[in-house]
Design a protein around this ligand. Structure first.
Ligand code: PLP
Length: 344
């Protein structure tokens, strides 16, 4: 029996159509610019997000880091959310690879406080680093989607101060699905954007960085420096094209299943789901009041063919995706009910 895997949307396996496309992909040496499938993906991706050019990279982390490296000089300061992926989950790469200093802003659900942003932009002073970049994130790691109004306000301030804006859009298409807007209505508030093909869109590997032609050509050199110049990468680009062309629509289904899961879990005594925070495919909840040992819960679910992660600071997260059906949601809820009885 196969597992229901709620740990993340990064666990998504490629679809049969993707596997066929990988097998049949036309490939070449992409470092020479010879891979027709990569070229097609990059052109398609750039157009999709309304930027001049795009570049395929191995991961979302790589995309963010090559962007920081290309935007900034060593010693520059990068302003970003205190809970952002770049701050928390990229192993200190901005310091290690680009020699920049990170300075955090409050990021409630991914939204910045504009007065705080303004106060932290550096002016001219011989003691100060230069503000090299502002990074926003959507969808935010809290599962929430910052409003377009807030993103516009950040972008306008950045432009007033001549600072570039990078958007970590790992789940950009989830954000667009939630806001029910064209993705370009989001990416118009950034100069460069990274988004993942390998999360809810089911491609096995890869992310995209998009921006001006000039930026992308500088970023290509940094990608090579970072060891990300891939050869017959068309095998990865082929499922990426299917991800962008055919898998975006399905994200709405994932969001619907997450909401259903959240509403049903919230009915159990001692389980607290913040239903207002379910905007994309993530359900965050607190089970401290149930007094259940988290590792016991993880083990119980595993026995029942469901993979879940343990808590982070007392908060659990279940993630829905292409391979989690509505029927699976009901199975998970039933299993949760059994666990509450068995582990009391
Ligand atoms: C997943 C994720 C990334 C990085 O993706 P990897 O491909 O795992 O390196 C970056 N930012 C956010 C917000 C993410 O959720």
């Amino acid at each position: 029996m196969t597992f229901i895997d709620l740990r993340s949307d990064t666990v998504t396996q490629p679809t049969d159509k993707m596997r066929q496309a990988i097998f049949n992909a036309e490939v070449g040496d992409d470092v020479y610019g010879d891979d027709a499938t990569v070229n097609e993906l990059e052109e398609y991706a750039a157009k999709l997000v309304g930027k001049e050019a795009a570049m395929f990279v191995p991961s979302g982390t790589f995309g963010n880091q090559v962007s920081i490296m290309t935007h900034c000089r060593r010693g520059d300061e990068v302003l970003l959310g205190e809970n952002s992926h770049i701050m928390i989950h990229e192993v200190g790469a901005a310091a290690a690879l680009s020699g920049v200093q990170l300075r955090t802003l409050h990021d409630n659900g991914g939204e910045f406080i504009i007065s705080e942003l303004i106060s932290k932009l550096r002016g001219e002073d011989i003691h100060f680093p230069d503000t090299g970049l502002i990074c926003m994130e959507t969808a935010h790691s809290s599962g929430k989607v910052p409003s377009l109004l807030n993103m516009k306000a950040v972008y306008d301030i950045a432009k007033d101060h001549n600072v570039q804006v990078h958007l970590d859009g790992a789940r950009l298409f989830n954000a667009a699905a939630y806001l029910d807007v064209d993705v370009k209505d989001i990416t118009k508030y950034c100069d460069t954007v990274t988004f993942c093909l390998s999360k809810g869109l089911c491609a096995p590997i890869g992310s995209i960085v998009a921006g001006t032609r000039k930026f992308i050509s500088a970023a290509r050199k940094n990608r090579k420096r970072m060891g990300g110049g891939l050869r017959q990468a068309g095998f990865l680009a082929a499922p990426g094209l299917i991800a962008l062309k055919e898998m975006r629509e399905g994200l709405k289904e994932d969001h619907k299943n997450a909401r259903l899961l959240g509403e049903l879990l919230n009915e159990f005594p001692g389980v607290k789901v913040n239903l207002n925070d379910i905007q994309i495919n993530m359900v965050f909840f607190d089970i401290k009041e149930t007094d259940i040992n988290i590792q016991d819960l993880v083990d119980f679910f595993y026995e029942k063919q469901v993979k879940i992660n343990g808590d982070e600071n007392g908060i659990m997260r279940f993630v829905t995706h292409h391979w989690v059906t509505e029927k699976d949601v009901y199975y998970v809820v039933e299993t949760f009910k059994e666990a509450l009885k068995a582990l009391k």
